[in-house]
Design a protein around this ligand. Structure first.
Ligand code: AMP
Ligand code: ZN
Length: 469
């Protein structure tokens, strides 16, 4: 499989340190608010990647952190503590906020068919581990104490700017931007490993450390959680593209300084979901959540379909119109699948070629949009319908669009066309037209007529259903 690697800036053949086993790490959510659907785009694409690796025969050890301490509103070391901000907003404790939004995150993931990683570690449960690694970095001369805080000394590295997508100049600007000069830092790119002399007097969560009572910086958590659970050699590190700098750059710096060797070979970055106003973010007014999509009548899996229709390495423009188009295509797809009969089978060359199409699409830098085309090719082909269902189920073990499940539900709710008398079919059409014109009184009247004739009309996620009373 070829996968674009942000480190080398090329599509590299995916290789693991241990054949057949992939050590995978994903930056998890900062649990101070609901995840927006932009965050979830990243998790959907990472989920597809994990599932495709499994489909290809890898055993995957996937680890994810939950950021419940240390992440400031700027990805540098400035701004407010995001968790504290959330707690103040809702008049709750930081741990209450963390628990509530962690649960909310996994509930959203479930609705989007995102598999829960095998290992999930809240940062607050790993304080001892952070202290161990930070102590070792100080011992090795990579970290220093200044003004009570512990900093990583970026000048000790041969190379700090590892993601070449950025020029040193761009990065330097990025670092300076919005940063109140921290006089403690020896170099402007140095970053905090442990805060003690925090400007947050009211910081709720603090722990004892050899350097005084305080709390960890954000970057150290991912390094430590990964090194502990994935081992010294990580095969694949994932996150949204905004995490590449400074977060991932700092993760590499401290992990390699600690380990004394290369840490992770392959970096997978998902590009942003944008709105007309730019990148979707929690700090902006517009804040789209999975619950909001549901309230508006969208199936969360239609959003997943929308994401898979484009490549993860391209910015994706969100608009209601774009989502409507995806939702319509998704319903149509389910409808087509629901008409397939479990008839005929016998893997033959044609099936193998159709599966190969899917594999080639995914092997080419996880091209999910071509993989969906491969799925339509199955529907269009002349193989037996039973085989079509088999292939669709197989592809969907990776895409996770709930295709078979949704199609089954749809066909069980749908009587055979020939069972609906013409009179009823006509009334259904009239009712549809009334609803379209938002004439709900008329629509209800027609529904009553239909029910008087012995049929029940139901509105479901998949559309209007009709069945015998
Ligand atoms: P956070 O909860 O802020 O730590 O972010 C969780 C994940 O979502 C990270 O991997 C981010 O890089 C990613 N992310 C943030 N904003 C967006 C966006 N607009 N589109 C896609 N991914 C995003
Ligand atoms: Zn991280």
């Amino acid at each position: 499989m070829k996968l674009y690697n942000s480190l080398t800036r090329t599509k590299d053949e995916f290789k693991t340190h241990t054949p057949g086993r992939a050590e995978m790490y994903t930056c998890g959510p900062t649990v101070y608010h609901y995840a927006h659907i932009g965050n979830l785009r990243s998790y959907i694409m990472e989920d597809v990647l994990e599932k495709y690796l499994r489909w290809s025969g890898y055993e995957v050890n996937r680890v994810m952190n939950i950021t419940d301490v240390g992440h400031l509103t700027s990805d540098g070391d400035t701004g407010d503590d995001k968790m504290l901000k959330g707690a103040k907003r809702e008049h709750k404790t930081v741990m209450e906020i963390a628990k509530f939004y962690t649960d909310a995150f996994f509930a959203d993931c479930e609705k989007l068919n995102i598999r829960k990683p095998k290992t999930i570690v809240p940062a607050t449960s790993y304080i001892g581990e952070f202290i161990k690694v930070i102590s070792s970095l100080i011992e090795k001369g990579y970290a220093y104490e200044a003004g009570g805080n512990i900093y990583f000394d970026t000048s000790k590295l041969e190379k700090y700017y590892v993601f070449n997508d950025f020029s040193e100049e761009d990065l330097a600007v990025g670092v300076r931007e919005g940063v109140e000069a921290d006089g403690n830092k020896r170099n402007k790119t140095d970053f905090v490993l442990w805060f003690t002399k925090s400007k947050f007097e009211d910081q709720e969560l603090k722990w004892e450390s050899p350097w005084g009572i305080g709390y960890p910086g954000w970057h150290i958590e991912c390094s430590c959680i990964s090194m502990k659970n994935n081992g010294e050699y990580l095969d694949l590190h994932c996150g949204g593209i905004d995490n590449a700098f400074p977060h991932h750059t700092n993760e590499i710096a401290q992990s390699e300084a600690y380990l004394g060797h290369e840490w992770c070979r392959q970096w997978f970055h998902v590009h942003h979901l944008n709105t007309e106003g730019g990148k979707m973010s929690k700090s902006k007014g517009e804040f789209l959540t999975v619950s909001l999509l549901e309230q508006k009548g969208y199936d969360p899996l239609a959003y997943r379909f929308f994401c898979l229709q484009s490549h993860y390495r391209k910015g994706l423009m969100f608009s209601w119109e774009n989502l409507d188009n995806a939702a319509a295509a998704y319903s149509k797809l389910i409808d087509r699948i629901s008409r397939l009969k479990q008839e005929g089978s016998g893997e033959d060359e044609k099936c193998a070629a159709l599966r190969q199409n899917f594999k080639e699409a995914m092997d080419n830098d996880l091209n999910t949009s071509l993989a969906i085309t491969a799925l339509y090719d199955v529907l269009k082909s002349d193989i037996p319908e039973g085989d079509k269902l088999g292939l669709i189920a197989d592809f969907d073990s990776v895409l996770s669009l709930g295709l078979i499940d949704r199609a089954k539900k749809l066909s069980s709710a749908k009587p055979n066309d020939e069972e609906i008398p013409a009179e009823i079919a006509e009334l259904i059409e009239e009712r549809k037209a009334a609803r379209k014109e938002r004439n709900f009184a008329l629509a209800d009247e027609i529904r009553d007529k239909i029910s008087a004739l012995g049929y029940i009309v139901e509105e479901t996620r998949e559309g209007t259903k009709i069945r015998r009373a």
